[in-house]
Design a protein around this ligand. Structure first.
Ligand SMILES: Nc1ncnc2c1ncn2[C@@H]1O[C@H](COP(=O)(O)OP(=O)(O)OP(=O)(O)O)[C@@H](O)[C@H]1O
Ligand SMILES: O=C(O)C1=C[C@@H](O)[C@@H](O)[C@H](O)C1
Ligand SMILES: [Mg+2]
Length: 190
């Protein structure tokens, strides 16, 4: 048996879980906890792009522009979806591309970590690593991006609400609970 024991159950991931959502939704942080709970590899498209380019995302945006970054993002997601089932955290804009959405849903399962704007702002306001928020009024920019993107994130296969007070592990557990309703994604024996 190649399944692993999680919370007194044996679960086996059959498809890559692709976390989508806004900057600060917790895709990277919750993704790591989720991969650890499911005993599968954790991958992060932003980190993979930075590794391949040997540059930070802010540097890539500044030197090569956002369209170049988006092309790399699509290539990296396609490559990572070829690997064995894993948890894949995407960058906040990845799910905006129809091409990315199609391949994610065909070869994996899209999970939207849905956090409200005030929660997102609390989480991103102290860091200046996100090039899209390097504007004179980053809160207004985040708000505008949020309003524009929410209808697209809502197309995800699974939606998990992310509250202010939930720990990363609690969020990972909620994602696992949602995945259990999808036996084509998570095989579960008690
Ligand atoms: N449920 C949570 N509880 C506590 N802290 C959280 C939670 N989710 C995220 N955070 C914190 O918020 C910050 C931003 O989260 P994270 O980097 O995972 O977001 P992201 O969705 O990957 O954003 P990006 O699209 O910019 O990569 C981190 O410091 C993370 O630890
Ligand atoms: O929301 C976005 O468009 C982005 C989010 C980050 O994860 C990075 O992918 C990059 O900063 C762009
Ligand atoms: Mg991230």
């Amino acid at each position: 048996m190649d399944g692993r024991d999680t919370r007194a159950e044996t679960v086996r991931l059959k498809k890559t879980v692709v976390l989508v959502g806004m900057m600060g939704a917790g895709k990277s942080a919750v993704g790591r906890a989720l991969a650890s709970a499911l005993h599968v590899p954790f991958r992060d498209s932003d980190a993979e792009i930075e590794l391949a380019a040997n540059m930070s995302i802010a540097e890539i945006f500044a030197r090569d522009g956002e369209p170049f970054f988006r092309r790399k993002e699509t290539q990296v997601i396609a490559r990572l979806l070829d690997d064995a089932p894993a948890v894949l955290s995407t960058g906040g804009g990845a799910y905006m591309s129809a091409e990315n959405r199609a391949m994610i849903t065909e070869r994996g399962v899209a999970v939207w970590l849905d956090a409200d704007l005030p929660v997102l702002w609390q989480r991103v306001k102290h860091k200046d690593t996100r090039p899209l928020l390097r504007t004179p009024d980053p809160y207004a920019t985040l708000s505008e991006i949020y309003e524009r993107r929410v209808p697209i994130y809502a197309k995800a296969d699974i939606i998990v609400k992310s509250g202010r007070k939930q720990s990363l592990e609690a969020m990972a557990d909620r994602v696992i609970d949602a995945l259990k309703a999808r036996p084509d994604v998570l095989e579960c024996e008690t």
